[in-house]
Design a protein around this ligand. Sequence first.
Ligand code: SF4
Ligand code: SF4
Length: 368
Amino acid sequence: MMGATSLKNENVVRVRVPAPASAGVILSYKCSAACRHCMYACSPAWKADWITESDLYQLLSSLTGHIVPSPWGRERVSLSHGLHFTGGEPFLNFKLLVLAVQMAAELDIPSTFVETNCSWCVSDAVTRERLEHLRRAGLKGIMISVNPFYVEYIPFERTERCIRISQEVFGPNVMIYQIEFYRQFKRLGLQGKVSFERYLTLAATLGGTIAVEMFLMGRAARALKPYYRSYPASVFFGEPCQPPFLRDWHNHFDNYGNFMPGFCGGISLGSWRELDRLIRDGIDLREHPVLRHLIAEDIRALLDFARGYGYQESPQGYVSKCDLCLDIRLHLVKHGNFPELSPLAFYEQLALDEGSPSEGQRAREEAV
Ligand code: SF4
Ligand code: SF4
């Protein structure tokens, strides 16, 4: 495998894509929420372009030989092993989710789980019925999302209900991401939906801070800017992508055919319809100039490249390397044709967010 540094050499024309040892399958980007931190800029505004049954089968079939089970075994789950179904909110199309679980079980894919924001957990009966249905179909576990951005949309009682009943249905195969926020919300006695601004006020009453993983990428890089310090682009020139851009774990495969590196919304390594070829022959960097710089993790070279398309550094600065990367890509999609910047709807959604700042507020108020 070629290192990021060696890719700065322009004579390198091809780079291999690691075979995916774990994977997230995005059934669609449509969501019941529009969280400020969402890496994929999901929201209720996305078209309901659910992955088709034939695409789902083709994707799962091509992944099946590669997926590595959890270190605790095929029947157990862990965040960066096995295969998970995600979105958007996968429970918005429960029929498709059940079908996906059945297909994965028939293909003997290990350590499968679903990721959810719990918006659908409106009663104990509905929650239990759906979770048991999925377990019977072959699902091994669940990952339940908890942080201050979800609770703006999802009443905390639904999250608590989902955790309680999931633990009865899936036993130890329940992951709460992030448990630190769950414990903090319990200490605060949160109820209903809580705005981020109110959460900050409440959290301050507890004193101290909690250390949690936070990626300032996707919508987070734009919507959370007021809460972070900004820096000039040059501050990020030597910084590697974290986690590494090309890796074999926790990559995502979407309903539009994109094989997406890690958590990098709007970037495609190619079509998962050609997964075997991508793994065997790699990516032709001459045809994908943006990917060349991204794979080299060389943000300075990407900035220079984008200047050729009229990009100008933001005088306001950037909160993270991913913020700079995204700002450049938002410019490039408007001024060139780069198939590696996909899906285009990701960039359109971000532009929509910014075109109507009241949109997020309205969605929070209307959220189930
Ligand atoms: S619930 Fe998940 S997918 Fe939906 S907007 Fe929030 S972070 Fe994104
Ligand atoms: S800088 Fe760009 S390529 Fe690297 S992790 Fe961030 S979004 Fe992905």
